[in-house]
Design a protein around this ligand. Structure first.
Ligand code: AMP
Length: 614
């Protein structure tokens, strides 16, 4: 606690420039919004960094995921739309804004969301209540179309990442507010677009001058004194502690270059910490077993269980009616030292007991699964209290469906540089092969997926496809119970006739879905049965109609999907057979998908169909 107070005091002194020069504040809205009908060139927001360095600020935009449809003007920091947003409704992009003025470069994470054409912003999902981040609040920008309303961050601290300084806002404390006169920023004053900014600074400028001399100077002096006293206390404490082994907390608060990162108790994710049964919080100084764990030491602990306070949650990756998936960083997980990005699945607060037990059921299935390169792997879980967290390997490029759709742009520009999504026929056939292998593994373990589709396959940067989302899966070998669990919407276009009409799910109905997924791959993520309503699809499938052969797909490949759509389930192949058939295609030099003939305008993507999963 003492260290925390001292840390805060030090920060405030530092932030007033009394100890060392900090990088200038970057004013950036953490949540960006653009409407899907915003044309290219629309201004989304503006980033501004106060300069402390010798050069004028250069702004940049980075993404670790798929390319984002935004660009930043390197000189003015104005962010604009640079690609069509029409097909990107409801998508979010996690981006990094960089601002470098020749002193210390800064890097801040933002979340950009494409709203529907009404421009209505989605309610940002609340983060799960497990001592994790404060999800940044949505500033009210509705009355200012392009330039976000300026509010000076209350406090900040810094953290070194990848050679950048990442700015982090910390929760407001009375102490810091007193020490933070709102000094108007001379760098911002004369730049265009700052009327808003000036109007929103609430402190009278002349008053600030006298405030500074009357309050800041004595406070800085006091602060300096406190720092000296604090340093002595810390020195004495450390001396005592270092007699034994060095605490893990200390280890983790330093990066490899020895720069002290933010205190675990003062970071942007700070909240009342969720105390695990197994560990005491970092707040107590050391990571150690609690009494409870000491008592239960005789019982072997669940090897999957992971202390939730070692998870730092970042942005949401996606959500359904009851569940959410978050990108997070786990410390010392999976037998590896240090931080690792993971995906964390949890339930929303409105989840019923049934959904809770379904998630635990899903966890049991994953625990008993073993690993396969084409199936998303469980890394750990937090089940000792609610909310249950399922920790999975993070698959960086997200859904295969989206990846395929985004690859269409790459085809036009012939973009072949590393990491671009320029795809060949062979790449696509290989995707299908990998999914079939993952499904073969699952079916051998007695798992029926029941929602196999390109939206439930994830893809890594190395272009490895991984079957995901066992939300509907059941261990048929164990229970033989196939209760339908879904958020009410059904994946009608991927469902076999016996599933649609008789509620029967089996490996063979997964095979049917695989055939549809193969069609999705060939058509670069199109929605199956374009132009037909759900009712039409159900009737047509029952009456023996099938998805037509796309013109640019060769017969050999289409035959495989067609085989998967045999009306009689037992006449369909199993996954082993599909793997073997696709492998045969991969062994030839032939292009089974003639992408140069892909008719961009014949297929379309549907984001929302009422009552249906697409
Ligand atoms: P789900 O609820 O399983 O459909 O997942 C929602 C979203 O989270 C999907 O759009 C995926 O892009 C993302 N997601 C799920 N699992 C992972 C993972 N293991 N790694 C990365 N993203 C994931």
């Amino acid at each position: 606690m003492l260290a925390q107070v001292i840390g805060v005091l030090m920060l405030s002194c530092v932030s007033h420039g009394s100890l060392l020069q900090l990088p200038g504040i970057v004013h950036v809205d953490r949540n960006w919004f653009a409407s899907s009908n915003d044309p290219i060139g629309t201004v989304v927001t503006r980033v501004q960094r106060e300069t402390t360095g010798s050069e004028s600020v250069r702004y940049g935009l980075e993404t670790s995921g798929p390319p984002a449809p935004f660009k930043i003007d390197s000189k003015t920091g104005v962010v604009t739309v640079n690609d069509t947003l029409l097909d990107k409704e409801n998508q979010s992009y996690s981006l990094w804004v960089t601002a470098d003025d020749g002193s210390i470069p800064q890097r801040l994470e933002v979340l950009a969301t494409i709203t529907d054409s009404s421009g209505q912003r989605p309610k940002l999902p609340r983060p799960p209540p497990f001592g994790l981040p404060n999800y940044p609040s949505i500033p009210d920008l509705s009355h200012i179309p392009h330039i976000p309303k300026f509010t000076r961050p209350t406090q900040r601290t810094t953290k070194a990442t990848d050679g950048y300084i990442e700015e982090i806002t910390v929760p407001e404390t009375t102490l810091l507010t007193t020490l933070s006169p709102k000094v108007p920023d001379s760098n911002l004053q004369d730049k265009p677009g700052n009327e808003e900014i000036k109007n929103n600074t609430s402190v009278d400028e002349t008053q600030i001058g006298s405030d500074v001399s009357l309050t800041v100077i004595p406070l800085v002096a006091i602060g300096g004194l406190v720092v000296i006293v604090a340093a002595v206390i810390i020195f004495v404490c450390k001396k005592n502690n270092s007699k034994g082994s060095k605490s893990k907390k200390d280890d983790m608060s330093k990066d490899s270059s020895g720069i002290v990162l933010q205190d675990a108790t003062i970071n942007m994710w700070d909240r009342p910490r969720a105390y695990s049964n197994r560990y005491e919080s970092w707040d107590n100084g050391h990571l150690q077993l609690s009494e409870e764990t000491t008592i239960s030491k005789e019982e072997p602990p669940d090897e999957w269980e992971f202390p939730r306070h070692r998870l730092k949650i970042f942005n949401i990756l996606g959500e359904g009616a009851f569940g959410q998936v978050w990108r997070a960083q786990a410390i010392d997980i999976d037998g590896k030292k240090g931080e690792q990005t993971v995906a964390v699945k949890t339930l929303k607060e409105n989840a019923s007991e049934k959904e809770k037990s379904d998630l635990l059921q899903e966890l049991i299935v994953m625990k008993n699964l073993g690993t396969h390169p084409n199936v998303v792997r469980l890394i750990g879980c937090c089940t000792e209290k609610e909310p249950t967290l399922v920790i999975m390997e993070y698959v960086s490029l997200g859904k295969l469906q989206q990846f395929l759709r985004e690859s269409r742009a790459g085809r036009h520009y012939g973009n072949t540089h590393a990491g671009s999504q320029f795809l060949t026929s062979r790449d696509l056939t290989h995707f299908a092969f990998q999914v079939a292998r993952g499904m073969d593994f699952l079916s051998c373990k007695g798992i029926i997926h029941r929602d196999l589709a390109a939206r439930n396959v994830l893809i890594t940067e190395e272009r490895t496809c991984k079957v995901a989302d066992f939300g509907l899966a059941r261990d048929v070998a164990g229970t033989h119970v196939y209760e339908r669990k879904s958020d009410g919407r059904l994946p009608i276009r991927w469902m076999a006739p016996e599933s649609l009409y008789d509620d029967i799910f089996s490996v063979k109905s997964d095979i049917w879905s695989f055939g549809v997924l193969l069609w999705e791959i060939v058509t670069l993520g199109s929605t199956p049965y374009p132009g037909l309503s759900a009712g039409d699809v159900m009737r047509k499938v029952r009456d023996g109609h099938r998805l037509e052969k796309p013109e640019h797909c060769r017969r050999e490949l289409y035959n495989i999907m067609y085989y998967c759509w045999e009306a009689e389930p037992s006449s369909r192949p199993d996954f082993k057979e599909v793997v073997a058939m696709l492998e045969r295609l991969l062994c030839t030099e032939m292009d089974y998908i003639e992408l140069e003939r892909f008719p961009d305008h014949s297929y379309y993507n549907v984001q929302n169909l009422e009552g249906e999963k697409v």
